[in-house]
Design a binder for this molecule. Structure first.
Ligand SMILES: [Zn+2]
Length: 158
């Protein structure tokens, strides 16, 4: 049997398929009841309005069933709220490699982070501009690089 934590950690985000839910910071806890062997997974949703959570729940249950843990329960907790700061260093590197500009660190609650520092994931130029608040999904904004004129997705800081 595969460790349930390892099995759940390999589930990828359905919208950003290069990054796992563990790297995104969505996966909060994986507990196995020693008596029954039943696994309970706790997740915290990312952006409100992201329709991906139902898919993630189903994917976690499927991954655990494949690892020998049938009938896993997936719980959703909203507190503390997910933040883009929970994305791991490895996750940020994967986002950049996939052409998605990772979110800038959120410095303090209530302080709007400067989006001027968004760098083009193609050429690294800071000469970028926001084209649309909404990219391919509600979680991402569409940006364009003024140096190489390539459009790219930017994961909004939260
Ligand atoms: Zn560029």
């Amino acid at each position: 049997m595969v460790n349930p934590r390892d099995a759940a950690a390999l589930v990828v985000d359905p919208e950003i398929r290069v990054i796992t839910i563990d790297e995104l910071g969505i996966l909060r806890a994986v507990e196995e009841d020693p008596a029954s062997g039943r696994v309970t997974v706790t997740i915290t949703p990312t952006y409100t309005g992201c329709p991906a959570m139902d898919v993630i729940r189903a994917d976690i249950r499927r991954a655990l069933a494949a690892a020998g843990h049938a009938d896993a329960e997936v719980r959703t907790v909203y507190s503390p709220p997910w933040s883009t700061d929970w994305i791991s260093e490895g996750g940020r590197a994967k986002l950049a490699a996939a052409g998605i500009a990772p979110p800038e660190p959120v410095r303090a609650p209530g302080v709007v982070s400067l989006t001027l520092a968004v760098r083009c994931p193609q050429c690294g130029s800071p000469e970028t501009e926001q084209v649309s608040r909404f990219g391919s999904t509600a979680c991402k904004a569409l940006w364009r690089c003024r140096s190489c004129s390539e459009p790219f997705d930017h994961l909004k800081a939260l």
